[in-house]
Design a binder for this molecule. Sequence first.
Ligand code: ATP
Ligand code: HSE
Length: 317
Amino acid sequence: MTEFVGTAADLGAEAAATVTVRVPATSANLGPGYDCFGLAIERYDEAVASLSPSGLRVDVEGIGAGEVPTDGRHLVVRAMALAWATAGLELPGVHLRCRNRIPHGGGQGSSAAAIVAGLLLGRGLLPTGTALTDDDILQLAHRMEGHPDNVAPALLGGFTLAWTRADGTAAAVRREVHPDVRAVVFTASQSSSTHHSRALLPQQVPHVDAAANVAAAALMVHALTTDPGYLLEATGDRLHQPYRAGAMPESAALMQDLRSEGIAAVISGAGPSVLALVRSELDLNRWRRPGFVAAQVPVCTAGATVTTDRSARPTSG
Ligand SMILES: Nc1ncnc2c1ncn2[C@@H]1O[C@H](COP(=O)(O)OP(=O)(O)OP(=O)(O)O)[C@@H](O)[C@H]1O
Ligand SMILES: N[C@@H](CCO)C(=O)O
């Protein structure tokens, strides 16, 4: 088991002219692990940022272009500003370019990816001597996102278990996914806001349902890392999917159809995308459904990556 260490490590102490980040999509919950489990997959948002004395310019390409705000309300910019504020500094002018491939409101961790991107860009652009630690990044991302299950795999890659401690701080550990496991993502053309999906959940659940989820979640750690033969049983959930099914009936039906054929399918994050965890190739033609685009997507093992280009650093004088 690996403690929180990401490939983004050690970049905080060096001021840079241009920083590029690549952050993976993530599927949270994985059935029984509500607000805990997350899996990083090889579908990435990329962002490049450089500083200027003043002003803000945001260019967006791909998903969200023409839809997300391009001023200080942009999620990546807000996360950059938070990184600087945490270091006791005000973010100067910025030129940010985003190339997005993660659907927004699709249950594939777009908001977590944007937050992680902004925090890592902000850290990479900080002046020398004002470093933020990896744990600072996790805490800030958790604070912005509100739950840790997407931000943890976005940072660390692989399969993560993340939790919120009694004092409100987040923690995460990373496990290697069994090499036989492949992810198939059924991306929904519809979107749903996570905020709205969370409001559908009850304040209390029957004890028997909680007990079933505890058993499934424990089994899931074994199934995903050691014996994928248990994946179908391990992905059963009674805490969130049943309460959200009415709001995403097509997703719930697709998940049930897959499961009835022995395929370990779950609602991805807060939906409406569906994730299947399989051991052999899935016939994607056979599982074509209106409103969904299916693709086999490898597990992302590296997590977020940061590239720093100091060659374009402005010279003084
Ligand atoms: N790359 C981005 N740039 C700017 N804003 C973004 C970006 N990605 C996501 N957002 C904002 O986050 C919203 C989606 O967040 P939300 O938490 O509802 O869904 P999600 O993160 O895609 O799904 P889930 O949390 O279920 O995995 C978008 O509508 C947009 O406002
Ligand atoms: N655990 C979260 C994941 C969404 O990002 C939820 O299901 O609301």
